[in-house]
Design a protein around this ligand. Structure first.
Ligand code: FE
Length: 218
């Protein structure tokens, strides 16, 4: 065997991937796919996490490949592309990656009902009562026309309820997100069809992760 055959070429080693490049990844759900049943079905989470969220991640990576944006963490990409018409597709995918990662943590099996801990005190102080907060949250989530999100945020040092359209998110408004509900139809249509109000009420009664909201307060 001729070990020096000049016509045998070795595959060159892959160029070392720069450590400064970021590949965004789909985070695993923080619970089993059927853990939110009967309120959110495994089928919904299969589609919502496994298809929609996964596609946002995949599209984001494809869109930023080879550009300076590929060196930025997710929040950097969001801020660098926000309100720039030519970068709208990148912003939408990056923001939707962030929003969905935040969404999975905003729900928990056995969640919902009245909050406890510091968030309960802040809700009483800033809304007057849990009931007032819940009414505002339901209103924001059901009245958001078309696709979007409703949020519990800190705005100007106080808790507030807001809603955003499409991929828009609190960090673009100088607010800190504490909890969110996705009101895109893909979030609830398989389980609730057009009844967004029932889905929002179920989120408040059975899914809201107050431990996560408390953790976001600090
Ligand atoms: Fe969604």
């Amino acid at each position: 065997m001729d070990h020096h055959n000049p016509y045998l070429t070795e595959t060159p080693p892959a160029a070392p991937r720069s450590k400064s490049l970021v590949t965004h990844e789909l985070p695993p759900l923080p619970y089993a796919r059927d853990a939110l049943e009967p309120h959110i079905s495994a089928r919904t989470l299969d589609h919502h996490h496994g298809k929609h969220h996964a596609k946002y991640v995949q599209t984001l990576n494809e869109l930023i490949q080879g550009s300076n944006l590929a060196k930025m963490p997710l929040e950097g990409v969001i801020r660098a592309t926000a309100r720039k018409k030519a970068k709208a597709t990148i912003f939408n995918n990056a923001a939707q990656v962030w929003n969905h990662t935040f969404l999975w943590q905003s729900m928990t099996p056995g969640g919902g009902g009245r909050p406890t801990g510091a968030i309960a005190e802040r809700i009483d102080a800033d809304f007057g009562s849990y009931e007032t907060f819940a009414d505002e949250f339901k209103s924001a989530a059901t009245k958001q026309f078309g696709s979007g999100w409703a949020w519990l945020v800190i705005a100007d040092g106080k808790l507030a309820v807001t809603s955003t359209g499409n991929a828009d998110l609190p960090m673009m408004h100088g607010q800190k997100a504490l909890l969110t509900i996705d009101v895109w139809e893909h979030a609830y249509y398989l389980d609730y069809q057009q009844d967004r109000a029932k889905y929002v009420q179920t989120f408040l009664d059975h899914l809201a992760n107050w431990d996560f909201a408390n953790a976001n307060l600090v």
